[in-house]
Design a protein around this ligand. Structure first.
Ligand code: NAP
Length: 284
């Protein structure tokens, strides 16, 4: 263990399991270095029964902040002293902000996705249009909130297991986010797709092979000005097919970057060096 004098002044950490492939340390450590902040971002692989000890460490050691990833974004909610309105809407915590003796649970995933869409399209194509979100797992709800915040008129969640999509739509309606409906992925048809401004793949289909989460015929039915986004951190078969059809595309790196940028800003109160973070993430 390093002597106290050798340790960085401040720390930030990522709680999850597994965390070893995360690009967050590269991104945040590059930002600390660029701004001359004496801090380091650590990976904290954690078993479920280790979460309370992690929270005690954040509190007692005066961490700058922490991120939370799979599978703990829901489990940490009761451990926070307070949950922000944003985290309540998204229904999950991915960022912990120590402030005035409290640990505040926030969520920057919806912001991250909305910002990456704005970077690509200026938000045009989403506002006052229909958005289709494929998938109803942990990431889906943040995407629906982001599309709502971008001004989508109507959002359709299409999932293999219909009940999970229905549950997200019901829960968001209770939070005042209306205009969200659910259908089974197999029932998604060309009529629904034809009036769509953005399709987002929030399923895990496409991670490991070239399978498509959406039939090729439905990709062809999208309007020419539609944006096809995939949360996966690479050029998936879906993105290749969309690009071949002449559609604008967006991979998952922009969301990853901007959720981190926002977390950094919340922890430090300093405008993050976005391009430094982007380069470090892509190299990372
Ligand atoms: P998750 O909770 O495990 O949910 C997986 C989703 O994929 C579910 O809706 C599931 O449907 C669906 N699915 C899985 N296999 C399928 C198949 N063969 N056919 C159709 N649907 C299938 O995962 P998650 O945490 O929401 O993550 C989803 C994706 O987003 C992952 O690729 C993840 O890496 C990515 N992600 C990216 C970012 C980013 O910053 N870019 C952030 C978060 C997540 P059922 O409900 O029917 O099982």
């Amino acid at each position: 263990m390093a002597a106290a004098a050798d340790r960085p002044m401040r720390r930030a950490a990522l709680i999850g399991n597994p965390v070893d492939h995360s690009r967050s340390p590269a991104m945040h450590n590059a930002a600390f270095a660029a701004l001359g902040i004496d801090a380091s971002y650590e990976l904290w692989p954690t078993e479920p029964d280790g979460l309370p000890a992690r929270f005690a460490e954040i509190r007692d050691d005066g961490l700058l902040g922490a991120n939370v990833t799979v599978p703990y974004k829901l489990d940490v909610m009761p451990l926070c002293d307070r949950i922000t309105e944003t985290a309540s809407r998204v229904g999950a915590v991915n960022t912990i902000i120590p402030r005035d003796g409290e640990l505040i649970g926030d969520n920057t995933d919806a912001y991250g996705f909305a910002t990456s869409v704005r970077e690509t399209t200026g938000g045009l194509g989403v506002a006052a249009r229909r958005g289709v979100v494929l998938g109803a797992g942990g990431a889906s709800r943040a995407i629906v909130v982001a599309l709502h915040d971008l001004g989508a008129q109507e959002i359709v969640i299409a999932n293999r297991t219909l009940a999970r999509a229905e549950e997200i739509a019901r829960s968001l309606a209770q939070q005042g986010i209306v205009g969200v409906s659910a259908i089974a992925l197999d029932d998604l048809d060309a009529g629904t797709i034809a009036a769509t401004g953005i399709v987002v793949n929030a399923t895990s289909v496409g991670w490991h092979d070239d399978s498509l989460p959406l039939d090729a015929g439905l990709i062809a039915a999208l309007p020419v000005d539609a944006l096809v986004a995939d949360l996966t951190y690479r050029e998936t078969a879906l993105l290749r097919a969309a690009a071949s059809a002449g559609l604008a595309t967006l991979d998952g790196y922009g969301m990853l970057l901007h959720q981190g940028v926002r977390a950094f800003e919340l922890w430090t109160g300093i405008a993050p060096p976005v391009e430094v973070m982007r380069r470090a993430m892509l190299a990372g």
